[in-house]
Design a protein around this ligand. Structure first.
Ligand code: UDP
Ligand code: MG
Length: 327
């Protein structure tokens, strides 16, 4: 164990949050002051066109713990968080929305669990104060994602979570462009734990996630973690081929046993249509399987992540003594 106070990096993605920044900084500042840790506040300005950047710069002049990362344009929430994690120097990183929907007090619970030895502590919503439409679409999304995804991604969690330095370093090895951070963190593994909380309503301003962005995000989430849609083609191909076989038998049967009902050339055309349709889907499924593999490879994800190495009966690599832990 060590006596040094741990450094906690808070990462806040900022897109048109001028009405929230000062209050957020104040509330989070008050919260971390009650625990025995040092903090840095990394605000990532994601191409805001309102007064957000000016507020942030003013804040960084008042508080030396504030770091402002100003992105060159709007890259989207997931990229903003990625940039924040890349600039974080803490022993642990907390990702939080800037609109005060994620209560600062909950971040203290995340820190406590981290000090108890958990590597990823994600905040899971017990309740949320969004509209009925947002709730219904979010619910549907998590259902579809759960059914399709190869890694288990916890339901009702956003990006509000704490990750240990080791996890942050592993995350930085993920170079994929369409990023679905909560899925990536699930895939990374390590010791993960949920903390339940009640999500508040947005304090000021409007959502930076209109329906268009939400759909795009949902598609990113599903396609980044599942090749199931491609496999569905193969399955559909099998079903259609089987039905086509029945259709062909029917067409040939009618031709043989009820020739008077058959229009000239009908049997050939119908058989050809069934045969070719079934074959096409089947072959597309095969191509789809290969595309799925190509996709897996081009994502270039790290092959594995090491949590600990035990050698000569000792821990040599992996977990450093976690600062500030009373053990
Ligand atoms: N955000 C961002 N870039 C964007 C959209 C949103 O950095 O293009 C930030 C936003 O400032 C907030 C967080 O991502 O801190 C979550 O966005 P928002 O609250 O608008 O989403 P919602 O809570 O409505 O899903
Ligand atoms: Mg919000």
């Amino acid at each position: 164990m060590s006596d040094a106070r741990p450094l906690i990096s808070y990462v806040f993605p900022i897109y048109h949050e001028e009405g929230n920044i000062d209050l957020l900084h104040e509330r989070v500042g008050e919260a971390v002051a009650t625990v025995d840790v040092d903090a840095e506040f990394i605000f990532v300005n994601d191409g805001s066109t309102d007064g957000s950047l000016d507020r942030l710069i003013a804040l960084s002049e008042r508080d030396e713990r504030v770091v402002v990362v100003d992105l060159a344009r709007n890259f989207g929430h997931q990229m903003a968080v990625t940039a924040g994690i890349d600039h974080a120097r803490g022993d642990a990183v907390i990702i939080m929305d800037a609109d005060l929907q994620d209560p600062p007090a909950v971040s203290l619970e995340l820190i406590r669990e981290w000090q108890d030895g958990w590597d990823v502590v994600y905040a899971q919503r017990r309740t949320r104060k969004d509209g009925a439409f947002k709730r219904a679409t979010a619910d549907l999304f998590y259902r579809v994602l759960g059914a399709m995804s190869t890694v288990e991604i916890p339901r009702n969690t956003g990006d509000f979570r704490l990750i240990d330095r080791a996890v942050a370093d592993q995350l930085r090895r993920y170079g994929e462009h369409s990023r679905f951070l909560r899925g990536m963190v699930s895939e990374i593994g390590f010791k993960q734990k949920a903390v339940l909380f009640d999500r508040d309503a947005r304090h000021s301003g409007t959502t930076g996630y209109p329906l268009r962005k939400m759909i795009r995000f949902a598609i990113d989430g599903i396609t980044s973690f599942s090749a199931k849609p491609l496999q569905l083609i193969s399955r559909a191909g099998l079903v259609v081929s089987f039905l086509a076989l029945l259709g062909m038998l029917y067409a040939v049967g009618v031709r043989l046993f009820f020739p008077e009902q058959v229009v000239e050339g009908w049997t050939f055309i119908v058989t050809a249509v069934f045969l070719v349709g079934g074959l096409q889907l089947l072959l597309m499924g095969i191509i789809g399987t290969y595309i799925g593999r190509i996709y897996d490879e081009v994502k270039g994800r790290p092959l594995y992540g090491v949590q600990e190495v035990y050698r000569d009966g000792e821990r040599r690599l992996g977990r450093r003594a976690r600062p500030g832990r009373a053990d």
